[in-house]
Design a protein around this ligand. Sequence first.
Ligand code: ZN
Ligand code: FE
Length: 262
Amino acid sequence: MIVNKHNSLLEIDIISALTDNYVYIVHDKVTGATCAIDPSVAEPVLQRAAARGWTLTHVLNTHHHWDHTGGNEGIKRATGAVVIGAAADAGRLPALDIGLNDGDTIEFGSHEATVLAVPGHTSGHIAFWFSSDSALFPGDTLFSVGCGRLFEGSPAQMWHSLQRLRCLPDTTRVYCAHEYTLANAQFAVSLDKENRALQRRLQAVKKLRAAKQSTLPTLLGEEKAINPFLMADSPTLQSAVGLVDGDPVQVFAMIRRRKDLF
Ligand code: ZN
Ligand code: FE
C-alpha cells in the first residue's frame, strides 16, 4: 500500500444512514482534519465523530441529491465545517462554501484529494480520489457490481465517466454511497453467467448481508472483472445483450435499461 508523505494512512469510518446510504468519515491523524462525505443526516455523523474524539472540519458532497446533502446544514451549524462540492452545483448544494471543478485538488490535512468530474447520475456529479491512500469516493456513479441511474445524463456521459474511474489503479478501494451490492450482483449474474469471480462475489455478499455487514469498500481491480457497467466494451457483455461487436455506449445503455427493469 502506498503511504503518504507523513507515513500515515487516513482512518475511514463507515456509517449506515436512511435505508441504504453510507456516510463516510475520513480522519487524518497527523493534523486532526476530519471530513464527512455525503452526509444524508447530521446527528448520527456528529455522534460518531464525537465518539471517536474527532471534530468535523469539512463536508464533501459528490452530488446534490438530498440523501447525500441532508446533513450539510446541521453539521456546519454544529462544527463550522467547510462545505465543499461541485462548482457546477453551487445553486443546489445546501450551505456550500467552496465549489470545485474537474482536476482541482483539495488539501485535506496532510493528504490531498483530486476532484474527478463524473457526470451521468447527475450533471454536476464529482468523485473524490485520495491517491496516496488508494481511496475513491464515487458517490452514486460507481457501485459495487453496479452504477447509478441516469437521472440527468446520457449513456455516453456515464460510460465516459465510468471509463475514467476504471483507469485508476487496481488497488484503489472504492467507498460507494449505497449498499446495493446484493441486488446488483444478482442482476449481473443473470447477464454474465460464466463469470466465476462474479459468482464468488455474489456468494460472499449473500453471507455479508445475512450477517448485516457492509459489502464495502470494494476493490477497483475486482470490480473491473465483475461489474457489467465497467465491461460494456467486452465481447462477453456485448453478446449477453445481443449486440455482438456493438458500440460500447449502446451496450452500456442496454445494460442500464435492463437493470432498470430487473
Ligand atoms: Zn444520488
Ligand atoms: Fe444516493
